[in-house]
Each structure stands twice: as C-alpha cells, then as structure tokens.
Design a binder for this molecule. Structure first.
Ligand code: MN
Length: 321
C-alpha cells in the first residue's frame, strides 16, 4: 500500500484501499498539454498530489474549440494496454478506429468505451465534415490485475440510463449512479456520470460512502459542496459521503467520477498501464516493431512513434503521489 505511512488518521474506506474516511474538498488545477498539432487539452489526472480517483487514472478536458475551418482532432494510431478509454463529448464528433476492426462515430452523450486489455491500438479524429465546436473529455480507467489481460474490445452505446431530479439530468456513463447502471463493461466498482444542471438547480446527489469522488466542471457556474468549480477544473471530494450538494448559478455541465479507491500500485508511462518496468520496456519495443498491438486500418497517416524511455527504471506508484 503506497500511502499507509501518511498519517495515523488514515482508515479503511471501501474495499480496495486506504483513504481518509471523511469528505475533503481539494481543488485540482489543470495542466495544459499539446496533443498532436491541433488540440490543446487540460489534464486533470494525473495531477500534482493525486494520480487516481477510484480506477479513473487519466482525465483530459478539451474545448469548446471552434474547428469550423480546421481539421480538428487528429490523433494517429497509437497503442494501449492495461486500461479502458472513455470518449465523452458535449459537442462535435470523434471518429474512432481500432485494431479490432471497429469504426464508430462518437457523438455527444454517447459512450465510446475501448477496453485495451493486453494490447490494442486506435486512432481518433474529427470527421472531415464536422460540427463547428468540439468539446469533450478523454478518460482512462485502470484495469485491475485480474482483468488486465482480457481480449481487447470496443463498445459504442448510444442509449445510456439516466437519473433525473428537478434541475438535474444525469447520464450514467460507466458503473452505477443512484441504482442506474451503464451497459458499458466495468471491471471495478466505479461511477462515471454526466450531470446537466439547469440554472437555479439546488440538490443533493446520492453517493456511495465507500467510493471516493471528484467532479469535473465542463461548462457553467456551479458550486460543488459550496466550492465554486470553474470549467476545466476538478474538485476532489474524498469518500464517506452519502450525498453531494450541488448548486447551479447558470446552466452547467459536469462529470462525476468515482469508485472504490484503487489499491494496486501502477506504472503509467505514455499510453501504457503496467505493473513492472520490464512490461513497459517490452510494450514499447513491441509497438515500435509493429507486433502485438495490431493494425488500425483506414487512418490517413502513419502511426505515432513511442517517446524515448527515461534513463532509469520506472517505479510503481500508488493512487496519491
Ligand atoms: Mn488513445
């Protein structure tokens, strides 16, 4: 366990890890990262001091970008292992291709869920004819050790369950929220939900006290447990909550991410989630030699080259730094 040495105040929360068993309010600022030539994203996870929320291990928020006269997103074929990717849009489209032969156009509030298992490769691009604005999030979910070798597969769900309350329309993306469960395959106890709040909405969202949670703001003015969270920022909430107070000053769009604290230590490097330095070295080598990760057909351009590995061996890390 990575963080047992922190404080005597630590106690068990959920079945998978050790977290302070009381609610916290920790505002996470984004880091700006250039993706390819045309897209700048705001990276919320991993963040300084916090690497994961449940099994959610990676969160990029992008847009809204005006791409009317631009190619938009152009991410050439690249590999993944040990994780699932979630594509989630508020505006625009993303054309997904992968090495299992998938070809899908993901539209707003549809789930594009790619389970890499042991090895997959994919590309993501704005279709040639596309909407003016592109606004979305790209997320990774770490696979637990027992399932990280599953066969790679892709799921596209255009119909997802919803949870409604006055002023709230929530779409369940992954896992369960308030008894509604996404059809997307989850490998750990997890929640991913899209929350659309109407101006003036004030409510308590039911939560699982065994889960830790964070809320990403994508648009609008909202107070999460009394804390104003600006678009592009994320508020980490800890665990031990049965209800989350939300108040919308304007129409607002949020993502709720949560899950049982992920107790396994991971090595995340480039597009890989692994358990040892040797696995990473092997995966990089396999990708560069064109083996194991399959082939993405139909993308207009070559695959991405892997970056150089750092000089020393990569070390496992826990859910907090
Ligand atoms: Mn990817």
């Amino acid at each position: 366990m990575s963080n047992l040495d922190r404080q005597a105040a630590l106690s068990v929360c959920g079945g998978r890890g050790f977290v302070v068993a009381e609610p916290v309010r920790e505002l996470l600022s984004p880091r700006r990262v250039q993706l390819g030539e045309s897209t700048e994203v705001r990276r919320l996870l991993p963040n300084l001091g916090r690497r994961m929320v449940g099994a959610w291990a990676f969160v990029d928020h992008y847009g809204p970008d005006d791409i009317a006269d631009e190619p938009g997103m152009q991410v050439p074929p690249h590999p993944h292992m040990g994780l699932q990717t979630v594509s989630w849009l508020h505006e625009g489209e993303v054309l997904h291709r992968d090495s299992t032969g998938s070809l899908a156009t993901i539209r707003p509030r549809e789930l594009g869920l790619m389970t890499s298992g042991r090895a997959i490769s994919h590309s993501e691009e704005s279709p040639r004819t596309h909407a003016r604005f592109l606004h979305g999030a790209q997320l990774w979910v770490a696979l637990p050790d027992a399932h990280r070798g599953v066969e790679p597969h892709f799921q596209h769900h255009t119909e997802l369950p919803t949870v409604t309350a006055p002023g709230l329309n929530a779409t369940v993306i992954l896992g369960t929220l308030d008894g509604a469960t996404s059809p997307g395959t989850a490998y750990t106890p997890i929640t991913g939900a899209d929350l659309t709040l109407a101006r003036g909405a004030e409510l308590g969202l039911p939560l699982d006290p065994d889960f830790e949670y964070a809320v990403l703001s994508m648009s609008g003015e909202v107070h999460v447990d009394g804390v104003p969270v600006l678009p592009g920022s994320m508020l980490y909430l800890g665990c031990g909550r049965t209800e989350l107070p939300l108040r919308a000053e304007s129409d607002a769009g949020l993502m709720l991410l949560g899950g049982e604290p992920f107790e396994e230590e991971l090595i995340m490097w480039w597009n890989f989630v692994a358990r040892s330095n040797e696995e990473i070295v092997q995966a990089r080598s396999d990708w560069m030699q064109g083996s194991r990760f399959g082939e993405v057909k139909g993308y207009d351009g070559g695959p991405l080259a892997a970056p150089e590995l750092p000089p020393g061996p990569l070390k496992k890390r826990g859910r907090v730094r």
